[in-house]
Design a protein around this ligand. Structure first.
Ligand code: FMN
Length: 160
């Protein structure tokens, strides 16, 4: 079996995932946000999650230095939000209704729920860095069906 990048992407594209937007606030007080599907739960006691960020991402500096981040789990009707935070720009938060965590991180409304995390550790992962977060608080905002990413596109659950 060949191990070129396209084949690797193709086979992993069959591993359907949910979609999340991770937000933080930079040292200079600017909001940052990125769409990710590398999210996984790691541990229940203590509650830990991980996600990874590409070293060449425009947001790498902000997230690799952050002390805290919030993971928003997207609902089926939030594809536009996923597309928005898969871009780079100064105005990604413009027009969004936001709340704030006690630490001042943007909380995006309308998601299934959010996990308020302390950055607990980082690990090298090839061209990505793996960020481990300890979940200090969380909320479920609404009971929704999930947004799903599969083979480079979005879909919803067929049933359930
Ligand atoms: C569904 C989806 C999942 C993504 N998952 C990740 C991820 O886990 N890690 C990551 O670094 N980028 C991921 N991206 C890409 C980033 O969202 C995007 O690259 C980032 O916002 C900045 O853009 P840049 O890479 O052009 O700098 C994903 C994009 C989409 C649409």
């Amino acid at each position: 079996m060949s191990l070129d990048g396209d084949s690797f992407r193709e086979i992993m594209g069959h591993f359907a995932t949910g979609v999340a937007v991770v937000t933080t606030v930079t040292e200079s007080g600017t909001d940052a946000g990125i769409t990710v599907n590398s999210l996984a739960s790691v541990s229940l006691q203590p509650p830990l999650v991980l996600w990874s960020i590409g070293r060449d991402s425009a947001w790498f500096g902000q997230f690799s230095r952050c002390l805290r981040f919030v993971v928003h789990i997207l609902a089926e009707d939030q594809q536009t939000l996923s597309d928005r935070f898969a871009q780079v720009g100064d105005n990604l938060f413009e027009g969004l209704e936001l709340d704030r965590s006690p630490e001042g991180i943007a909380l995006i409304r309308g998601c299934h729920g959010s996990l308020n995390c302390r950055s607990a550790a980082q690990y090298p992962g090839g061209d990505h860095v793996i960020l481990l977060g300890e979940v200090e608080s969380m909320c479920t905002a609404r009971d929704t069906r999930p947004l799903i990413y599969h083979r480079g596109g979005y879909c919803g659950l067929a049933h359930g």
